[in-house]
Design a protein around this ligand. Sequence first.
Ligand code: MF3
Ligand code: CO
Ligand code: CO
Length: 274
Amino acid sequence: MTEYQHITADSAVHRDGTIKLHGPDGFAGMRKAGALAASILDELTTRVVPCVTTGELDDFVRGMMLDGGAVPATLGYRGYTHSCCTSINHVVCHGIPADKRLKDGDIVNIDVTPLLDGWHGDTSRMYFAGDPPLKAKKLVEVTHECLMIGIAQVRDGARLGDIGAAIQKHAEQHRYGVVRDFCGHGLGRLFHDAPEVVHAARAGTGPELKAGMFMTIEPMINLGRAHVKLLNDGWTAVTRDKSLSAQFEHSIGITEDGVEIFTKSAKGLDKPPY
Ligand code: MF3
Ligand code: CO
Ligand code: CO
């Protein structure tokens, strides 16, 4: 089987293990879905404060998606019943919105995926509730650097492993743990598709990156060790050692001469403090 294929109307929605190569229509669709996703994360910057519940934030996210003509891709996804993920402190990812109130000093990741006109815009950022400790702020800063350093590797002709290699090197320079249990992923008309974008890898390995590929990069970086465990709810992933964890995610497309970030903030609200 070839590693990649130019999509057709039918192949765009099939998970057959190949990496899809999209044309101008795909870029236009992802640009719109990504812009809506980014604008939702922008609006959350003033709403993530001590005493708000993650359930209230989830309601706000769902409202903005519906107002924008989208639906939350997570709603009903493999039995998930919420419109975003809210991952607080030692929660690595897939935290479930609930009645729990944020408290001063929490760090929280909010991950949104509007499905707009058939295209998925998948992105997350970290937020500070009040004033977290310096070591938490530093973890968040370096995790954002990891995302952007990963994206900086992306160009036609590079290898998939170059992304993870650069992220791993930067995180480990700071003695942080890179989570192995969850990856970035291809996306487009599908939410999760090939390839798996691992965040710890060897440079020069893996499939060649080509113009027209869409994928997320979404490193999860732990203040302590890399190991993760899943809570009994079947979704919430936490650090085994209870250390803090941070994550940022962008959806990107590979162009002839570089990379387009579909989910960049139009307001420059890329990372806290906002
Ligand atoms: N948005 C997540 C990702 O980055 C996936 C969340 S799936 C859910 O891939 F069901 F947990 F919401
Ligand atoms: Co994702
Ligand atoms: Co996501």
